[in-house]
Design a binder for this molecule. Sequence first.
Ligand SMILES: Cc1cc2nc3c(=O)[nH]c(=O)nc-3n(C[C@H](O)[C@H](O)[C@H](O)COP(=O)(O)OP(=O)(O)OC[C@H]3O[C@@H](n4cnc5c(N)ncnc54)[C@H](O)[C@@H]3O)c2cc1C
Length: 310
Amino acid sequence: MNIEELMLGSSKALKKAALNEAAKSYILENKALFQLLKKAANRYVAGEHLEDINVKVKSINSRNVPCTVDFMGESTRTEKEANAVTKEFLRLARLIKKAKLDSTISLDLSHIGLAVDKQLGLENLLKICKEDIEVIISAEGTDRTDRVLETYLEASKYYNNVGITLQAYLHRSENDLQELIKCEGKIRIVKGAFDTPHGTSLARGEELDNRYLNFVRMLLEARHKCSVATHDPKIQNGVIRLLEDIETPSNYEFESLLGIENERIYDLNRHHPTKIYVVYGVEWYLYLCNRIAEYPPGIFQSIIDVMNDT
Ligand SMILES: Cc1cc2nc3c(=O)[nH]c(=O)nc-3n(C[C@H](O)[C@H](O)[C@H](O)COP(=O)(O)OP(=O)(O)OC[C@H]3O[C@@H](n4cnc5c(N)ncnc54)[C@H](O)[C@@H]3O)c2cc1C
């Protein structure tokens, strides 16, 4: 096996491990393993509680970089749970205002009820939008794309502080963008993180990079609010080149996830608007597995994080 095959194999294994409930409970119930993995997760996660957000966001803001905060989770199965999660997002919104944090909110609609019932997802989203802080909806698996986009379009009729994430790898996104651009809300472009049904998406590579840049170009030319959400320096540099050709570009930002190439974001922040996506909550195990699965060399960083101060 060469190194690339090893990386791919370990990425697939981690994705499986993330979803394996028995492995998860074994690890989380084993004190020593729990402590080690928690240390690896600390790079990517602000903490388990809302209070941790206050500290982390303030520290990032002190470097003049705004944040967006997500209370991690998805696929809530009952109305009661979805309403409890919505209450947590409302607490988050109030903390942002009270502590004067420079932060917006990001969320998965299935976390606040979309997977239980579409109307519940919409109603809970509207409650959060009412707090008058920008709320960006994440993109989920393809089985949910229609419901997520429809909910966004509906919410946009009532609020202009709601935005949406678009996955450049999906073939359908070219058409979806034509609809989404008619609403005022920010459009966050990502490459896409989920496994997709055969024939519905592009793999990582030049064609996807070109499509990504093309979406950003369309948004910049339309002076539509947009976020370039990627850790890929090729895309970031491509967008910087696009910006040079656009007269007084506005309404764009570069966004990265907490713990991933953040020095690059601080560097970009000297000349461009940037943002760091900060997550908190108890679902850090799944989140950690997904981050490493997405970029297997990250396992080496995790080993360093675990070994530091042990
Ligand atoms: C703010 C934000 C919000 C997101 N929201 C969603 C969402 O709602 N739905 C969704 O499907 N996906 C979302 N994603 C994830 C996204 O779809 C990609 O899966 C993820 O960003 C990895 O793709 P990439 O473009 O960053 O780089 P890749 O195409 O994975 O990698 C390209 C290059 O980027 C660099 N790179 C990538 N990852 C790392 C790393 N961990 N450490 C160091 N360098 C790295 C490397 O140089 C690598 O060669 C989000 C991402 C961000 C940043």
